[in-house]
Design a binder for this molecule. Structure first.
Ligand code: C5P
Length: 396
C-alpha cells in the first residue's frame, strides 16, 4: 500500500460492557484485514457479553482485563500496553466508561491505560437512547470533545432493548472508516471534489432500462479515500451494488440526463471533478409511459446520443481540475490518450473494462500532461489512494 496512507498501525481496542461488544469481533477482523495489529483490553463487564478467548483468537494477541495480570513482568500493564499503541479505540464505549474518561478515573486496567496514554483516543458510544440523551452523558461527551477525544457515532435505529433512537454503536465497517480517516494524512484538506460513480440506466419503459455492469466500486473508493484525505466530497451516483461511503453530500442520479443536471448544479464551487460513472452514451429517443408489450418478433428501439458530462464540465469557462476514466476492451492506452485530448482534460485513468468493471481489483495507467504512469494491480481502495496522491501533486 502507499506509504502515506493506510500503513499498518497498532491499535489498542478497548471493549466495555454493552451488548454491542459482540460486534467487536467483526471489528477486529476488519482491522486485521486492513493490515493493522490489534491488542484487546476488556473491562470485567465486557467479559459477560463476549469472551476474551474469542477476541484473543481473532486478534492473535492475549487479551488483558486485570490491572494485576502477572503476564506483564514489570507489573505495569497500563504502561506496557498503551505505549506501543498508535491509537486507542474504545468500542463499544459504555455510558459508565465515558463518565470515567470525562472525570479521569483510573480504577481498572482500561481506564488506567487511557489516562496514561500518549496516543490519540477514539470512542464509539453504545447505550440505550435515554442513557445517551441524559444530560450527564451529554455533559461528559462535551468534556471528551474538549479533551480532543474523537467520538465515532453513535448511530440511531432499533436498539437491543427494543426501543428506537440514538445510541447504537456504529457498525464495524463504519468504525473501520473512522480509524482509516484518523490515520490518513489530510492531503486534500480544503479541496472540494465532485465524483460521479456507478452506472446510469436509460429507461425504455417504467420498469426496464439499458445499463452496464459498473458496480460503483472504483468511484466509491475514490469518494471514500478523498473524504479520508480531508476533502469535502460530493458524490453523484447512479445504480451501484458496492457499499456507498459516507461523504459530505450524496445524490442519486439514475439516468445520464439526471446525472448531467445534477453535476451542472453542483460544479461551480468545485476544485476537482472526477468522472468515474459509466454513463450511457445513448438513451431511448422515447421512453414508453407504460410497460412495452411483446408482439412482433423484433423490436427496434431508436437511441439518441447523450451529452458528455465530462467534456462539458471541462469546457466550462472556469473548469475545475478534471479527471476522466477510460474503460476499454482493446487498445486501452491509445483510446485513453485520444479521450484525454478529445475531452480536453488534464488527466485520464486508463483501464481494461472487462477486468475492471465490477471487480474488487483494478490495474490502471494514469495519463496526464507530464507522462504515463502504470500502477501495479491492486484493490480499488489502494488504486484510489494512488490516483488521489498523484492528483494532489498535479493540483500543486
Ligand atoms: O467517452 P467515454 O464514455 O468512453 O468516456 C469515459 C469518461 O467520460 C468517464 O470518465 C465517464 O465518467 C465520462 N463520461 C461522461 N459523460 C458521458 C459519457 C462519459 O462524463 N456521457
Amino acid at each position: 500500500m502507499d506509504s502515506t496512507h493506510s500503513q499498518s498501525h497498532h491499535l489498542l481496542l478497548g471493549v466495555t460492557g454493552g451488548i454491542a461488544a459482540y460486534k467487536s469481533a467483526e471489528l477486529i477482523r476488519l482491522l486485521i484485514k486492513q493490515g493493522h495489529t490489534v491488542q484487546v483490553v476488556m473491562t470485567e463487564a465486557a467479559t459477560h457479553f463476549i469472551t476474551p478467548t474469542t477476541l484473543q483468537a481473532l486478534s492473535g494477541n492475549p487479551v488483558f482485563v486485570d490491572s494485576w495480570d502477572a503476564r506483564i513482568a514489570n507489573g505495569m500493564p497500563h504502561i506496557e500496553l498503551s505505549r506501543p499503541a498508535d491509537a486507542i479505540l474504545i468500542a463499544p464505549a459504555s455510558a459508565d466508561f465515558i463518565a470515567k474518561l470525562a472525570h479521569g478515573f483510573a480504577n481498572d486496567l482500561l481506564s488506567t491505560l487511557c489516562l496514561a496514554r500518549e496516543c490519540p483516543l477514539m470512542i464509539a458510544p453504545a447505550m440505550n437512547r435515554q442513557m445517551w440523551e441524559n444530560s450527564s452523558t451529554q455533559r461528559n461527551i462535551e468534556q471528551l470533545i474538549q479533551d480532543r477525544i474523537t467520538i465515532l457515532g453513535p448511530g440511531s435505529g432499533e436498539q437491543a432493548c427494543g426501543e428506537v433512537g440514538q445510541g447504537r454503536m456504529l457498525e464495524p465497517d463504519m468504525l473501520l472508516e473512522g480509524v482509516q480517516t484518523h490515520f490518513t494524512p489530510k492531503l486534500l484538506a480544503g479541496k472540494k471534489i465532485l465524483i460521479t460513480a456507478g452506472a446510469t440506466m436509460e429507461m425504455l419503459d417504467p420498469v426496464r432500462g439499458i445499463t452496464n455492469i459498473s458496480s460503483g466500486k472504483m468511484g466509491f473508493a475514490l469518494a471514500r479515500v478523498a473524504m479520508q484525505m480531508g476533502a469535502e466530497v460530493t458524490l453523484i451516483h447512479g445504480h451501484a451494488t458496492a457499499q456507498r461511503p459516507q461523504v459530505s453530500h450524496t445524490t442519486f442520479a439514475g439516468t445520464a440526463n439526471d446525472m448531467y443536471k445534477s453535476v451542472m448544479q453542483h460544479i461551480a464551487t468545485q476544485d476537482v471533478f472526477i468522472g468515474v460513472a459509466a454513463v450511457a452514451d445513448y438513451s431511448p429517443l422515447v421512453s414508453a409511459e407504460q410497460k412495452i408489450k411483446k408482439s412482433e418478433d423484433t423490436l427496434t428501439i431508436q437511441l439518441k446520443r447523450n451529452k458528455d458530462i465530462l467534456a462539458d464540465v471541462a469546457s466550462l469557462p472556469n473548469p475545475p481540475y478534471c479527471v476522466g476514466f477510460a474503460a476499454e476492451t482493446e487498445h486501452v492506452l491509445e483510446h485513453a490518450r485520444q479521450k484525454r485530448q478529445d475531452k480536453k482534460i488534464p488527466l485520464i485513468v486508463a483501464n481494461q473494462a472487462n477486468l475492471a468493471l465490477g471487480n474488487d481489483n483494478n490495474s490502471v495507467t494514469i495519463i496526464d500532461t507530464n507522462g504515463e504512469y502504470p500502477l501495479d494491480t491492486a484493490d480499488k481502495n489502494t488504486i484510489a489512494v494512488k490516483i488521489l496522491t498523484h492528483l494532489k501533486h498535479q493540483l500543486n
